[in-house]
Design a protein around this ligand. Structure first.
Ligand code: NAP
Length: 253
């Protein structure tokens, strides 16, 4: 293996690590040698991920943390630094989908719920962990946006707004923090298999997605995780402010 892909001795934080993309990303980072702190609202799935992570011979730490709560995120960063070491990688993955529907009918409560996790929560994580990276003079942040952060997703205005915002945060921090040795990049997944509420449960929607995707299949969570691991590693040493689309070609048409 080229040494630049190796994450041995690095400490990573992954939010939303109990399921799907977050879980697969934690495993991809562990497979590259990183110790991983796993965060999410429910401890059970995080402990399951932690058990899988340690099978790679690295250390894992699972902690309940709501990314929209500043205090939770601060405690996460503190505990990670104490138990695993100062975080050099952050994967800001935690996110929710909105209730699909015409935007003229969207309630403010649902708008706020989605923004508070997908945008504000991601920002809190970037700022809290970014401060530590700036202090140590190095770090790599990978944010998770979506194809809905590149083009409009009709009937999902709140999700679309948040995911465009994630790309904006990525670029702003990349420009600002390069001088501190901190790279900030983004991965924008297309339709990826999930652990729960899968597209397979809605055959008509799934058929539409597959017909629209040049590669004709859903992405696997691990395919997103490996893209994240690349951006987190030294192999991406001259890449910052970029958005890597992982969508089976969805955005090409
Ligand atoms: N799957 C796709 O097709 C797809 C496509 C484009 C973008 N994405 C993005 O990829 C990311 C992961 O999506 P996914 O498909 O893997 O979703 P998922 O299977 O629903 O997993 C999301 C994870 O985030 C955690 N989470 C939710 N709210 C949280 C909060 N406030 N604080 C901390 N953790 C929270 C959840 O655990 P708890 O509920 O226990 O907290 C869960 O483990 C999201 O940002 C999503 O928008 C996914």
């Amino acid at each position: 293996m080229n040494a630049e892909f190796d994450l041995s001795g690095r400490v990573a934080i992954v939010t939303g690590a109990g399921h799907s993309i977050g879980r697969a990303t934690a495993l991809a980072l562990a497979g590259a040698g990183a110790d991983v702190a796993l965060a999410g609202r429910r401890i059970g799935p995080l402990e399951d991920t932690a058990a899988e992570v340690t099978r790679h011979g690295v250390r894992a730490m699972a902690m309940e943390c709501d990314v929209s709560e500043e205090r939770d995120v601060r405690l996460l960063a503190e505990r990670c630094a104490r138990e695993l070491g100062s975080p050099e990688v952050l994967v800001a993955n935690a996110g929710v989908f909105q209730e699909w529907g015409p935007s003229e009918l969207l309630g403010l409560e649902e708008w706020d719920r989605v923004e508070s996790i997908n945008l504000r929560g991601l920002w809190i994580c970037c700022q809290e962990v970014g401060r530590r990276m700036i202090a140590s003079g190095r770090g790599s942040i990978v944010t998770i946006s979506s194809i809905g952060g590149m083009v409009a997703i009709p009937n999902a205005v709140s999700y679309t707004a948040a995911k465009f915002g994630v790309v904006g945060i990525t670029k702003a921090l990349a420009a600002e923090w390069a001088q501190h040795g901190v790279r900030v990049n983004c991965v924008a997944p297309g339709y990826v298999r999930r652990d729960v509420e899968t597209l397979e449960d809605s055959p008509e929607v799934l058929a539409g997605v597959l017909a629209r995707t040049p590669m004709g299949r859903l992405g696997e969570p691990r395919e997103v995780g490996l893209a994240v691991a690349f951006l987190a590693s030294g192999a991406a040493g001259f890449i910052t402010g970029a958005t890597l689309v992982v969508d089976g070609g969805w955005l090409t048409t």
